[in-house]
Design a binder for this molecule. Structure first.
Ligand code: FUB
Length: 311
């Protein structure tokens, strides 16, 4: 797969070299990449931002990176921060973005309270999902509704999928094994109707960050199963019923993963994060870094297993 990634990069950029994790040209620690290609043809990554040497997921802002060749990246800085929110002050976790009606939307989880590792029952942590708007893909984004989309149930790791008819669906991670989807109102400022429970064909493992995409008339619901292995379902509609298809990327270092999948210049790509301890890092424990791989499909539409490029 080193060869494969080099090939992608070689095709996209003469004299480029394989980078995995991606070299963002800054020392900040990033995770939870949501990849999108907008009208200008560039690749945009919306990521969360780990504090230096973090081990508690107390995270404060979200960044956007862009690239035209997947090698040279521009960091557009913190495009939204929990300091900008009236309803949350922590847990700036995995974001996603969408383009609709001439505006760019950043959908993000954030929360309040504290985690108590020794006595989890004393934890007061709460999380909800917000939506912020900008005229530019690189923000800054503004929380125009000034509150979460809902308070109950607990929700994080939102992911927006806009179908060909313009309907926007919001998938998210709730508490435990819940596979729900919400339909967004046309102005993207609220949820229309109730949360819909999806038929997962009888297999509902614990999961985090869902990511939905469409390819050749099939819908794919992908997610880190048990928070670690990337697995997927397929369906004929964005709300299921879904058929489980298995794992396409194994876990690494007993650590969480979070990913997105996008087509770029005729090639499908998988963005995800790894936990690495590199020599240049002064942190005592592995830290999260965003990486990418080629994604290949079989003729029946199933996803070929992906091996990580050697870091
Ligand atoms: O980055 C904080 C959390 O860790 C994310 O929301 C989860 O998906 C996991 O990556």
């Amino acid at each position: 797969s080193v060869r494969r990634l080099s090939l992608v990069l070689g095709l996209l950029c003469a004299n480029c070299y394989a980078q995995n994790p991606l070299d963002f040209g800054s020392n900040i620690k990033t995770a939870d990449p949501s990849a999108h290609v907008w009208q200008d043809g560039k690749m945009y990554l919306y990521t969360s931002h780990d504090e230096e040497c973090q081990d508690d997921f107390y995270m404060k802002n979200w960044h956007v990176f862009s690239s035209e060749d997947l090698v040279n990246w521009k960091d557009h800085g913190a495009v939204l921060s929990v300091d900008d929110l009236a309803w949350a002050d922590n847990f700036a976790w995995a974001p996603d973005a969408a383009y609709k009606n001439g505006k760019y939307y950043l959908v993000f989880p954030a929360g309040t309270g504290m985690k108590d590792r020794q006595n989890p029952k004393n934890s007061t942590k709460w999380m909800g999902i917000g939506i912020a708007v900008s005229d530019s893909p690189t923000g800054p984004f503004k929380d125009v509704i000034g509150k979460p989309l809902w308070r109950e149930p607990y929700a994080n790791d939102p992911s927006l999928f806009i179908d060909d008819d313009g309907t926007a669906y919001l998938y998210f991670h709730g508490s435990g094994k819940d596979f729900h989807v919400a339909r967004m109102a046309d102005d993207m400022r609220s949820v229309e109707g109730d949360l819909m429970e999806m038929d997962m064909g009888g297999y509902e493992p614990k999961m985090e960050g869902p990511w939905v995409f469409k390819r050749e008339e099939k819908y794919y619901f992908t997610m880190p199963e048990n928070n670690r292995e990337l697995a997927y379902y397929m369906a004929d509609s964005p709300t299921g019923p879904w058929t489980y298809k298995g794992v396409f990327m194994e876990q690494e270092n007993q650590s969480n993963n979070h990913h997105s999948i996008v087509e770029y210049k005729g090639q499908w790509l998988l963005f995800y994060h790894r936990w690495l301890k590199d020599a240049a890092d002064s942190c005592p424990t592995p830290q999260r870094k965003v990486a990418a791989e080629y994604l290949q499909f079989n003729s029946d539409g199933t996803i070929k297993e992906v091996e990580r490029t050697k870091a």
